[in-house]
Write a protein that binds this ligand. Sequence first.
Ligand code: HPA
Ligand code: ZN
Length: 351
Amino acid sequence: MTRSPDADRLAEVARCVPKAELHLHIEGSLEPELAFELAGRNGVELGFADVEALRAAYSFTDLQSFLDIYYQGASVLQTEKDFYDLMAAYLRRAHGDGVVRAELFFDPQTHTERGIGYDTFMPGFLAAMADAEAATGISTDLILCFLRHLSGDDALATFEEATEYHDKIIGVGLDSGEVGNPPERFVEAFNKAAEVGLHRVAHAGEEGPPAYIWGALDELGVERIDHGVRCEEDDALIDRLVAEQMPLTVCPLSNLALRVVDDLADHNIGRLADRGVLVTVNADDPAYFGGYIAENYHQTIEALGLAPATAIQWARNSIEATFATDDQKRTWFDSIDSYVENLDATWGFTA
Ligand code: HPA
Ligand code: ZN
Protein backbone atom coordinates (compact mmCIF):
# COMPACT_ATOMS: atom_id res chain seq x y z
CA MET A 1 0.00 0.00 0.00
CA THR A 2 1.32 3.46 -0.81
CA ARG A 3 1.12 5.84 2.08
CA SER A 4 0.32 9.49 1.61
CA PRO A 5 2.86 12.11 2.72
CA ASP A 6 0.30 13.21 5.35
CA ALA A 7 0.06 9.68 6.80
CA ASP A 8 3.86 9.44 6.92
CA ARG A 9 4.05 12.82 8.56
CA LEU A 10 1.54 11.88 11.22
CA ALA A 11 3.37 8.62 11.98
CA GLU A 12 6.65 10.51 12.30
CA VAL A 13 5.23 13.24 14.57
CA ALA A 14 3.38 10.71 16.77
CA ARG A 15 6.58 8.74 17.28
CA CYS A 16 9.18 11.48 17.49
CA VAL A 17 7.65 14.36 19.41
CA PRO A 18 9.16 14.36 22.94
CA LYS A 19 6.44 13.26 25.34
CA ALA A 20 5.65 11.84 28.78
CA GLU A 21 4.00 8.50 29.53
CA LEU A 22 1.78 8.90 32.58
CA HIS A 23 -0.42 5.83 32.50
CA LEU A 24 1.51 2.62 31.97
CA HIS A 25 1.20 -0.52 34.08
CA ILE A 26 4.62 -2.13 33.86
CA GLU A 27 3.06 -5.59 34.25
CA GLY A 28 0.90 -4.70 31.23
CA SER A 29 4.00 -4.29 29.06
CA LEU A 30 4.79 -8.02 29.31
CA GLU A 31 4.89 -9.13 25.66
CA PRO A 32 3.98 -12.79 24.93
CA GLU A 33 7.54 -13.48 23.73
CA LEU A 34 9.03 -12.36 27.05
CA ALA A 35 6.25 -14.15 28.98
CA PHE A 36 7.25 -17.43 27.31
CA GLU A 37 10.94 -16.78 27.88
CA LEU A 38 10.35 -16.15 31.60
CA ALA A 39 7.95 -19.09 31.90
CA GLY A 40 10.67 -21.33 30.47
CA ARG A 41 13.34 -19.85 32.71
CA ASN A 42 11.20 -20.31 35.82
CA GLY A 43 9.46 -23.58 35.00
CA VAL A 44 6.00 -21.95 35.01
CA GLU A 45 3.17 -23.45 32.95
CA LEU A 46 1.45 -20.59 31.08
CA GLY A 47 -1.50 -22.66 29.88
CA PHE A 48 -1.04 -21.66 26.21
CA ALA A 49 0.72 -23.70 23.53
CA ASP A 50 2.79 -20.86 22.12
CA VAL A 51 3.14 -17.10 21.62
CA GLU A 52 0.44 -17.04 18.91
CA ALA A 53 -2.05 -18.90 21.11
CA LEU A 54 -1.43 -16.48 23.96
CA ARG A 55 -1.79 -13.45 21.73
CA ALA A 56 -4.99 -14.91 20.28
CA ALA A 57 -6.43 -14.98 23.81
CA TYR A 58 -6.14 -11.18 23.97
CA SER A 59 -9.73 -10.56 23.02
CA PHE A 60 -11.61 -8.85 25.80
CA THR A 61 -15.21 -8.01 26.57
CA ASP A 62 -14.59 -5.67 29.50
CA LEU A 63 -12.02 -4.69 32.14
CA GLN A 64 -12.43 -7.87 34.23
CA SER A 65 -11.95 -10.20 31.24
CA PHE A 66 -8.61 -8.47 30.67
CA LEU A 67 -7.57 -8.45 34.33
CA ASP A 68 -8.04 -12.24 34.56
CA ILE A 69 -5.41 -12.76 31.83
CA TYR A 70 -3.18 -9.91 33.05
CA TYR A 71 -2.84 -11.37 36.57
CA GLN A 72 -2.25 -14.83 35.07
CA GLY A 73 0.53 -13.41 32.85
CA ALA A 74 2.24 -11.77 35.82
CA SER A 75 2.80 -15.21 37.39
CA VAL A 76 5.91 -15.70 35.23
CA LEU A 77 7.63 -12.79 36.98
CA GLN A 78 9.62 -14.35 39.79
CA THR A 79 13.22 -13.18 40.09
CA GLU A 80 14.88 -9.78 40.32
CA LYS A 81 16.23 -10.35 36.80
CA ASP A 82 12.70 -10.99 35.47
CA PHE A 83 11.58 -7.60 36.78
CA TYR A 84 14.74 -6.00 35.38
CA ASP A 85 14.10 -7.52 31.95
CA LEU A 86 10.46 -6.42 31.96
CA MET A 87 11.34 -2.81 32.81
CA ALA A 88 14.33 -2.71 30.44
CA ALA A 89 12.20 -3.96 27.52
CA TYR A 90 9.52 -1.35 28.17
CA LEU A 91 11.99 1.53 28.51
CA ARG A 92 13.69 0.55 25.23
CA ARG A 93 10.33 0.76 23.46
CA ALA A 94 9.37 3.97 25.21
CA HIS A 95 12.61 5.66 24.18
CA GLY A 96 11.91 4.58 20.59
CA ASP A 97 8.48 6.22 20.89
CA GLY A 98 9.90 9.59 21.95
CA VAL A 99 9.17 9.21 25.67
CA VAL A 100 11.47 11.49 27.70
CA ARG A 101 9.67 11.02 30.99
CA ALA A 102 7.79 7.94 32.27
CA GLU A 103 5.85 7.77 35.53
CA LEU A 104 5.16 4.05 35.79
CA PHE A 105 2.57 2.07 37.72
CA PHE A 106 3.43 -1.18 39.42
CA ASP A 107 1.10 -3.50 41.36
CA PRO A 108 2.94 -4.82 44.44
CA GLN A 109 -0.01 -6.93 45.62
CA THR A 110 0.05 -8.93 42.37
CA HIS A 111 3.50 -10.10 43.46
CA THR A 112 3.39 -10.13 47.27
CA GLU A 113 0.26 -12.33 47.12
CA ARG A 114 2.43 -14.91 45.32
CA GLY A 115 5.18 -14.67 47.93
CA ILE A 116 7.39 -12.38 45.84
CA GLY A 117 8.44 -9.42 47.94
CA TYR A 118 9.54 -5.82 47.48
CA ASP A 119 13.17 -6.93 47.84
CA THR A 120 12.81 -8.89 44.60
CA PHE A 121 10.87 -6.56 42.32
CA MET A 122 12.07 -3.14 43.51
CA PRO A 123 15.81 -3.73 42.92
CA GLY A 124 14.98 -5.18 39.48
CA PHE A 125 12.84 -2.19 38.47
CA LEU A 126 15.23 0.39 39.90
CA ALA A 127 18.36 -1.08 38.27
CA ALA A 128 16.69 -1.17 34.85
CA MET A 129 15.49 2.43 35.29
CA ALA A 130 19.00 3.61 36.24
CA ASP A 131 20.57 1.75 33.30
CA ALA A 132 18.01 3.14 30.83
CA GLU A 133 18.50 6.67 32.13
CA ALA A 134 22.29 6.33 31.78
CA ALA A 135 21.98 4.93 28.25
CA THR A 136 19.26 7.18 26.77
CA GLY A 137 18.56 10.04 29.19
CA ILE A 138 14.95 8.89 29.75
CA SER A 139 13.68 10.13 33.12
CA THR A 140 11.63 7.64 35.12
CA ASP A 141 9.78 7.28 38.41
CA LEU A 142 7.48 4.70 39.99
CA ILE A 143 3.89 4.96 41.26
CA LEU A 144 2.75 2.21 43.62
CA CYS A 145 -0.81 1.13 42.81
CA PHE A 146 -3.23 -0.46 45.25
CA LEU A 147 -5.54 -3.17 43.89
CA ARG A 148 -9.05 -1.90 44.54
CA HIS A 149 -10.69 -5.34 44.45
CA LEU A 150 -8.80 -5.97 47.72
CA SER A 151 -9.56 -4.24 51.03
CA GLY A 152 -8.55 -0.86 52.42
CA ASP A 153 -6.63 -2.68 55.15
CA ASP A 154 -4.71 -4.64 52.51
CA ALA A 155 -3.79 -1.37 50.81
CA LEU A 156 -2.59 0.09 54.10
CA ALA A 157 -0.51 -3.01 54.89
CA THR A 158 0.94 -2.94 51.36
CA PHE A 159 1.97 0.67 51.81
CA GLU A 160 3.56 -0.01 55.20
CA GLU A 161 5.39 -3.06 53.87
CA ALA A 162 6.97 -0.69 51.31
CA THR A 163 8.32 1.72 53.97
CA GLU A 164 11.94 1.09 53.05
CA TYR A 165 11.09 2.09 49.47
CA HIS A 166 8.91 5.16 50.11
CA ASP A 167 11.76 7.40 48.96
CA LYS A 168 12.10 5.35 45.75
CA ILE A 169 8.56 6.07 44.51
CA ILE A 170 6.89 9.37 43.65
CA GLY A 171 3.30 8.48 44.32
CA VAL A 172 0.48 6.05 44.87
CA GLY A 173 -2.38 5.05 42.58
CA LEU A 174 -5.47 2.85 42.49
CA ASP A 175 -6.23 0.26 39.83
CA SER A 176 -7.92 -3.11 39.06
CA GLY A 177 -11.68 -3.76 38.81
CA GLU A 178 -13.43 -0.41 39.22
CA VAL A 179 -17.18 -1.03 39.37
CA GLY A 180 -18.29 -1.86 42.91
CA ASN A 181 -14.92 -0.75 44.34
CA PRO A 182 -15.30 3.00 44.96
CA PRO A 183 -12.35 5.16 45.98
CA GLU A 184 -13.58 5.94 49.52
CA ARG A 185 -12.34 2.57 50.83
CA PHE A 186 -8.75 3.70 50.29
CA VAL A 187 -8.79 7.04 52.12
CA GLU A 188 -6.53 5.82 54.91
CA ALA A 189 -3.82 4.47 52.61
CA PHE A 190 -3.91 7.63 50.49
CA ASN A 191 -3.71 9.82 53.60
CA LYS A 192 -0.63 7.91 54.75
CA ALA A 193 0.96 8.43 51.35
CA ALA A 194 0.21 12.17 51.51
CA GLU A 195 1.76 12.34 55.00
CA VAL A 196 5.10 11.19 53.59
CA GLY A 197 4.90 13.66 50.71
CA LEU A 198 3.86 11.32 47.91
CA HIS A 199 1.72 12.28 44.93
CA ARG A 200 -1.70 10.67 44.49
CA VAL A 201 -3.52 9.50 41.36
CA ALA A 202 -6.38 7.04 40.82
CA HIS A 203 -8.17 5.22 38.04
CA ALA A 204 -11.70 6.61 37.95
CA GLY A 205 -14.43 6.93 35.36
CA GLU A 206 -13.05 4.19 33.09
CA GLU A 207 -16.01 1.82 33.62
CA GLY A 208 -17.14 3.41 36.87
CA PRO A 209 -19.52 6.38 37.15
CA PRO A 210 -18.66 10.09 37.48
CA ALA A 211 -19.26 9.72 41.26
CA TYR A 212 -15.99 7.76 41.46
CA ILE A 213 -14.15 10.71 39.88
CA TRP A 214 -15.66 13.08 42.46
CA GLY A 215 -14.63 10.58 45.15
CA ALA A 216 -11.06 10.38 43.86
CA LEU A 217 -10.81 14.18 43.86
CA ASP A 218 -12.55 14.90 47.16
CA GLU A 219 -11.73 11.85 49.30
CA LEU A 220 -8.34 10.75 47.95
CA GLY A 221 -6.99 14.20 47.00
CA VAL A 222 -5.67 13.02 43.63
CA GLU A 223 -3.65 15.24 41.31
CA ARG A 224 -4.47 13.35 38.12
CA ILE A 225 -7.36 11.12 37.06
CA ASP A 226 -6.45 7.94 35.21
CA HIS A 227 -8.86 7.40 32.29
CA GLY A 228 -11.67 9.67 33.54
CA VAL A 229 -13.54 9.47 30.23
CA ARG A 230 -16.95 9.07 31.88
CA CYS A 231 -16.63 12.64 33.26
CA GLU A 232 -18.48 13.66 30.10
CA GLU A 233 -21.74 12.48 31.70
CA ASP A 234 -21.57 15.22 34.37
CA ASP A 235 -21.33 18.90 33.35
CA ALA A 236 -20.50 20.10 36.87
CA LEU A 237 -17.63 17.63 36.98
CA ILE A 238 -16.30 18.83 33.63
CA ASP A 239 -16.44 22.41 34.93
CA ARG A 240 -14.40 21.33 37.96
CA LEU A 241 -11.80 19.45 35.88
CA VAL A 242 -11.42 22.45 33.57
CA ALA A 243 -11.23 24.99 36.41
CA GLU A 244 -8.51 22.98 38.16
CA GLN A 245 -6.81 21.93 34.93
CA MET A 246 -6.89 18.42 36.39
CA PRO A 247 -5.09 16.14 33.94
CA LEU A 248 -6.80 13.04 32.58
CA THR A 249 -4.48 10.22 31.51
CA VAL A 250 -6.57 8.87 28.66
CA CYS A 251 -5.73 5.52 26.98
CA PRO A 252 -7.68 5.28 23.71
CA LEU A 253 -6.50 1.85 22.52
CA SER A 254 -7.23 0.44 25.98
CA ASN A 255 -10.72 1.94 25.87
CA LEU A 256 -11.26 0.28 22.50
CA ALA A 257 -9.87 -3.12 23.58
CA LEU A 258 -11.97 -3.16 26.77
CA ARG A 259 -15.12 -1.91 25.00
CA VAL A 260 -15.34 1.37 26.86
CA VAL A 261 -15.86 2.64 23.32
CA ASP A 262 -17.09 0.51 20.39
CA ASP A 263 -15.15 2.41 17.78
CA LEU A 264 -12.07 4.61 18.12
CA ALA A 265 -13.85 7.15 15.90
CA ASP A 266 -16.41 7.56 18.75
CA HIS A 267 -13.80 8.32 21.41
CA ASN A 268 -14.59 11.47 23.39
CA ILE A 269 -11.03 12.76 23.82
CA GLY A 270 -11.49 15.39 21.12
CA ARG A 271 -14.74 16.64 22.66
CA LEU A 272 -13.18 16.77 26.13
CA ALA A 273 -10.21 18.76 24.83
CA ASP A 274 -12.58 21.16 23.03
CA ARG A 275 -14.31 21.80 26.37
CA GLY A 276 -10.98 22.71 27.95
CA VAL A 277 -10.11 19.48 29.78
CA LEU A 278 -6.37 18.84 30.02
CA VAL A 279 -6.09 15.50 28.23
CA THR A 280 -3.02 13.32 27.80
CA VAL A 281 -2.67 10.14 25.74
CA ASN A 282 -1.05 7.01 27.13
CA ALA A 283 -0.65 3.26 26.56
CA ASP A 284 -2.07 1.60 29.75
CA ASP A 285 -1.19 -2.09 29.04
CA PRO A 286 0.38 -1.98 25.58
CA ALA A 287 1.30 -5.67 25.31
CA TYR A 288 -2.40 -6.51 25.63
CA PHE A 289 -4.07 -3.63 23.82
CA GLY A 290 -2.14 -3.56 20.55
CA GLY A 291 -0.07 -0.42 20.76
CA TYR A 292 2.47 1.63 22.67
CA ILE A 293 2.16 5.36 23.19
CA ALA A 294 3.04 6.49 19.65
CA GLU A 295 0.42 4.10 18.24
CA ASN A 296 -2.13 5.58 20.65
CA TYR A 297 -1.31 9.08 19.39
CA HIS A 298 -1.30 8.01 15.75
CA GLN A 299 -4.39 5.81 15.63
CA THR A 300 -6.49 8.21 17.70
CA ILE A 301 -5.62 11.23 15.59
CA GLU A 302 -6.33 9.26 12.43
CA ALA A 303 -9.63 7.78 13.67
CA LEU A 304 -10.94 11.13 14.89
CA GLY A 305 -9.66 13.03 11.85
CA LEU A 306 -7.69 15.44 14.06
CA ALA A 307 -4.86 17.62 12.80
CA PRO A 308 -1.35 16.12 13.06
CA ALA A 309 -0.46 19.09 15.29
CA THR A 310 -2.77 17.59 17.93
CA ALA A 311 0.13 15.27 18.74
CA ILE A 312 2.23 18.30 19.70
CA GLN A 313 -0.53 19.60 21.98
CA TRP A 314 -0.92 16.20 23.69
CA ALA A 315 2.86 16.06 24.17
CA ARG A 316 2.85 19.52 25.77
CA ASN A 317 -0.06 18.51 27.99
CA SER A 318 1.80 15.36 29.05
CA ILE A 319 4.86 17.31 30.17
CA GLU A 320 2.64 19.81 32.03
CA ALA A 321 0.95 16.92 33.85
CA THR A 322 4.14 15.21 35.06
CA PHE A 323 5.31 15.29 38.68
CA ALA A 324 8.77 16.43 37.54
CA THR A 325 10.42 19.67 38.68
CA ASP A 326 9.83 22.95 36.87
CA ASP A 327 13.43 22.84 35.60
CA GLN A 328 12.92 19.40 34.09
CA LYS A 329 9.63 20.46 32.54
CA ARG A 330 11.30 23.54 31.00
CA THR A 331 13.96 21.32 29.39
CA TRP A 332 11.31 19.06 27.86
CA PHE A 333 9.13 21.97 26.69
CA ASP A 334 12.27 23.37 25.03
CA SER A 335 12.91 20.07 23.30
CA ILE A 336 9.32 20.03 21.99
CA ASP A 337 9.80 23.60 20.72
CA SER A 338 13.04 22.61 18.94
CA TYR A 339 11.34 19.60 17.45
CA VAL A 340 8.50 21.77 16.12
CA GLU A 341 10.90 24.39 14.72
CA ASN A 342 12.69 21.64 12.87
CA LEU A 343 9.39 20.35 11.47
CA ASP A 344 8.53 23.86 10.33
CA ALA A 345 11.82 24.01 8.48
CA THR A 346 11.52 20.61 6.80
CA TRP A 347 7.80 20.34 6.12
CA GLY A 348 6.35 23.80 6.50
CA PHE A 349 4.52 22.26 9.41
CA THR A 350 3.02 24.76 11.83
CA ALA A 351 1.92 23.56 15.25
N1 HPA B 1 -7.84 -0.40 34.60
C1 HPA B 1 -7.82 -0.84 35.85
N2 HPA B 1 -6.84 -1.59 36.33
C2 HPA B 1 -5.83 -1.91 35.54
C3 HPA B 1 -5.79 -1.50 34.24
C4 HPA B 1 -6.84 -0.69 33.73
O1 HPA B 1 -6.90 -0.27 32.56
N3 HPA B 1 -4.65 -1.99 33.71
C5 HPA B 1 -4.03 -2.68 34.69
N4 HPA B 1 -4.74 -2.64 35.81
ZN1 ZN C 1 -4.67 1.67 33.77
